[in-house]
Structures are given as C-alpha cells and as structure tokens.
Design a protein around this ligand. Structure first.
Ligand SMILES: [Mg+2]
Length: 389
C-alpha cells in the first residue's frame, strides 16, 4: 500500500456568540483536516490541533514530499521517518501537530485496509465511553453576575441531557473564580465537576484555589500553572488531595516523561491531534502507566479527534485497577461548532452523556466532502484573529 496524495483542509466558521477562557475570546472556530489517499483509492482522514494554516504549511511543504510512496500501514516506521526527518524541529509545536494529524489518518487507513475499527487494532473494547461536558465559557458581552447565572443554566441543560460530569472554566479573576466554583457546587451538589484555569495562576493563587476546590469536592484542577512550571506543579500536587491535571500543551513521550520525573501531575491530558497521534499516544500511555498516573485525553475539535480520543480511551489500562472500574471520561466540547456539526456523514453516536461506537472500519467517521467546501479558509484573506487556536 502506498501513499499517493496528501491534502490539507483548513476550516473555519464564525461563532454567533464569542466564548472566552482565561487567555482570550474565540470569535470563530478553526480546524485542520488532512486527507491521505493511497494508490488503491483508500482514503484516511486526520485532524491536527493548533494554528491550522501554519500546520498545513508544515504538512504541504515538509512532510508530504517525504511521505509520498510510503506505506501508511507501517505506522511505526512512518512515524519514525517523520520524526527523524525533522528531529531538530519536531520536539515540540507545529511540526508535531502535523505529524499527529498524519498519523491519525494512517490509522484510519489501516483500519479500512484491514476492515477493523481502530479501537480493535489498538486492543480496546467496544464498550460505550462516558463523556464529560466541556462548556461554561465566559461571555464577552455580559456582566459577571448575569454571566454566572447563564453558565449555571447552561450546565443544567447538560445535566438534563444525561451528563453527570461537567468542566467549568476559571482563571478570569480570582474573586469571580471563587464565586463561580462555589456557586456551581451549591447548585449541583451531586454532579462531578472539574475546573480548568488554562494556566492562569501564579503558585500562591493556584494553592489557594486548590484548597477551595478540594473543600468543594471537585474532581480535578486542570492547568493551574504555566505548562513549563513543572516544579511548582509538583509542589502544588503535594499540597492538596485534589487531582492536578494538565498536558494539552505537551507532546511526545519525552515531554510526558519530564512531567513524570518531576512528579508534577495526577492526570495526563495529551491531545491525540497534537501529542504525536495515536502511535505516540500509546507510548505516552506507557509512560503514564510506569509513573502510576491517570490519562484522560484532551479533546477539542472535530468528530475525527473525538473518535481518535474515544478509541484511545477504549484501550487505556487502569491505574492501578480494581474490581469496580474507575471511569475514564471522554471530553465532549458542547460549545457552538458549526463545522463539527455539519461535515460528517457518519460518526459515533453521542447520547445521554455517552459515546456509542459504530461498527465502521477505521476511525468510524466519514466526511461529507461537499459540506467541507463551504468552510474552507480563503488563505489569500488570512483571518485577523491571530489568537485562533
Ligand atoms: Mg484544558
């Protein structure tokens, strides 16, 4: 089997209402799909997480020329070819995001060629995956009191749909954050809740918030500190019983091994579309297992990345494991996303807070290529939203 073509599809849709977190407000959602075609006509799709036009450039100009003619079934060999070809530049950032999307597409091809779901190739189960609802982003045009009430109403809607686990955004300002997490616990005493600051705090602020979240029985405290501040993350982790989670900004087994050595985290959150793809995710999961740390993949994007994350979760080992299994939840972004909701003709069913796998080979998602065209980014009129992720 040989790769005959690789194409990038940067996609964009404006949001009806801007949504914010600790670092910026989104006015649009940007995503990058990569299509890999083989000589026999087999097609695989991958997704990259990060600045889409820069990643597309890395794929088009650097990886594509080296990959044409390679066998996508040999995903380990192909991953290492990509890794070695740009070792000096692959160790973090855009290039590894490019490798991630390509690797996801190779797994999709592998599943289709072998007529098996990717989760089966990974050794995972077909059991439904429990999901947690990511949402409750800040509103740009609302005063804090009014916004908090809206966020509580939003959360009640997810619970009504069947979700028993929510993730809220914090990191706006310390006073508001304290009010938000307290109000959520008071309003929803029986629901699991995690809080994500997207690296908004200094150490003392994070320590203070960790103690509050611990007292409110939150499930984890996500990205309390800057991603590179792994020493203070370890100090924070030792000071609290609340689980400290991070890793969406981290890549490769080597990055997670540094976190393991520092003892920084209770939960690793690699994003399959950024950390190195499914091939590298397996190695990250092995690092986590050896460090006795849980893995809960980060998932922000389209249904392709969602399918990759669900497939990965289906094979994750328990840490350390017991008769009554602990659930590993799949992150389900519930914010407005016209592209995500328009371009797939097939995907795994999500209902009542659970993802149910279909039986399709590969990743189990199919693209409506006609629908994609209306969201294609006009690269001649590159968007002004320099903060678009
Ligand atoms: Mg996060």
């Amino acid at each position: 089997m040989k790769i005959s073509n690789i194409e990038c599809f940067p996609l964009r849709a404006n949001l009806d209402s801007a949504i914010g977190f600790s670092q910026w407000y989104y006015h649009a959602k940007n995503n990058l799909l990569v299509k890999v075609t083989c000589e026999d006509g087999t097609v695989g799709w991958g997704e990259c997480y990060g600045p889409s036009l820069a990643i597309a450039s890395a794929i088009e100009h650097h990886f594509k020329p080296k990959l044409l003619g390679c066998n996508p079934l040999q995903n380990e060999r192909t991953w290492n070819l990509m890794w070695r070809a740009y070792h000096d530049f692959n160790r973090g950032g855009i290039f590894m995001a490019a490798i991630s999307g390509l690797d996801i597409a190779f797994w999709d091809i592998k599943g289709k060629a072998l007529q098996a779901p990717v989760r089966t190739l990974l050794g995972g189960s077909d059991d439904p995956i429990e999901c947690y609802a990511t949402g409750m982003y800040f509103r740009e045009d609302k005063a804090e009191e009014e916004m908090l009430e809206e966020l509580l109403v939003e959360a009640a809607g997810y619970i009504e749909e069947g979700y028993d686990f929510l993730k809220v955004k914090i990191g706006k300002n310390v006073d508001f954050d304290r009010e938000l997490v307290s109000e959520f616990r008071e309003r929803f005493p029986d629901v699991k809740i995690a809080a994500d600051s997207n690296h908004a705090y200094n150490f003392k602020e994070a320590l203070d918030m960790a103690q509050l979240l611990e007292s409110l029985d939150y499930s984890w405290f996500e990205e309390p500190l800057a991603p590179d501040n792994i020493g203070d993350m370890a100090r924070l982790r030792e000071s609290t019983t609340i689980a400290i989670a991070a890793g969406e900004c981290e890549q490769t087994r080597f990055g997670f091994e540094r976190l393991a050595r520092a003892g920084s985290l209770d939960i690793y959150q690699p994003d399959i579309a950024y950390c190195g793809g499914l091939t590298e995710f397996q190695k990250i999961a092995a690092v986590a297992s050896a460090a006795h740390v849980d893995v809960v993949p980060h998932c922000w994007g389209l249904k392709l990345n969602q399918a990759a994350a669900a497939s990965a979760i289906s094979m994750l080992p328990e840490n350390p494991g017991r008769f009554e299994r602990r659930t590993v939840y799949l992150e389900m972004d519930r914010t407005e996303h016209l592209v995500r909701d328009s371009i797939f003709s097939q995907a795994h069913k999500v209902e009542g807070g659970k993802l149910y796998f279909n039986d399709l080979p590969g990743l189990g998602v199919e693209l409506d290529e006609a629908a994609i065209t209306s969201f294609l980014v006009d690269t001649d009129a590159v968007n002004k939203d320099s903060h678009a992720k």
